[in-house]
Write a protein that binds this ligand. Structure first.
Ligand code: CA
Length: 246
């Protein structure tokens, strides 16, 4: 993807992206990429500055590094979440799976692993901001790529073909579709589908997810609409075309 892709809402004021990162080289790299893509760029090298920026500026999305000098990034994320609904993308070093899971559970919208790919970051930014706009609608017929779900009639189709799901699979898919494109942790899915009384029985999620994945293969290459994010959770892919051959 080109770094010159347009952000959404070009006709209105360009959305502001706040980058919270203590590494000067990464900030500089992100400034160039984000400004070239048409975003207004703001930065903070520590958590204190980030909170000040958030209090005084209208921020459309935050790119947040977990390793900050003055405060733990997840701690900052939790504080932001108590006050602001702004989408947050975590950037973290490779191998910090536990931090990623913690961050997603604490309300992060997505994460990227360093070294960052500009194209991927811009695609994720567009996705989280688009989802933010969609969130307000409480629709009863949901769609994500080739999948449609009629919540009231309990019907699911994949590229127009009806799919038969058990009630638990249906509930699991509904959570995935409502958060299409976003990585959902095992614990999040357990809580949303089974409820908070199920503690750490994340193997339930794995078992039902396996059968759901099989039912949601899109044909051509036996590819599933659900991708496994190793060590973290699952993502319902929002990049699969609604119809075959599109
Ligand atoms: Ca850092």
């Amino acid at each position: 993807m080109s770094i010159h892709s347009s952000p959404p809402n070009l006709s209105i004021a360009p959305p502001t992206v706040l980058v919270v990162e203590d590494d000067y080289a990464i900030r500089k790299y992100l400034r160039i990429a984000l400004e070239a893509a048409g975003y207004r760029y703001l930065e903070a090298a520590d958590a204190g500055t980030a909170m000040k920026q958030l209090a005084s500026e209208a921020v459309g999305a935050i790119v947040l590094d977990l390793g900050l000098p003055d405060r733990d990034g997840i701690d900052l994320l939790r504080e932001i979440r108590t006050t602001f609904g702004v989408p947050i993308i975590i950037i973290s070093a490779r191998g910090q799976e536990r931090s990623k899971i913690e961050a997603l559970d604490a309300g992060a919208d997505d994460y990227l692993t360093k070294p960052l790919s500009t194209g991927e970051l811009l695609a994720r930014l567009r996705a989280v901001m688009r989802r933010k706009q969609d969130d307000s609608s409480a629709e009863q017929v949901l769609a994500a790529g080739p999948i449609t779900m009629d919540i009231v009639r309990h019907q699911v189709t994949l590229r127009g073909n009806p799919i038969s799901l058990t009630p638990l699979e249906f509930k699991l898919l509904e959570v995935l579709v409502r958060h299409a494109g976003r990585v959902l942790t095992h614990r999040f899915l357990l809580r949303e589908v089974w409820g908070s009384g199920y503690g750490n029985r994340t193997h339930y999620v794995r078992i039902y997810m396996n059968s759901l994945r099989r039912k949601l293969q899109t044909g051509e290459k036996g590819q599933s609409c659900i991708s496994t994010e190793i060590g973290v959770g699952y993502r319902l892919r929002d990049d699969i075309e609604p119809r075959a051959g599109d």
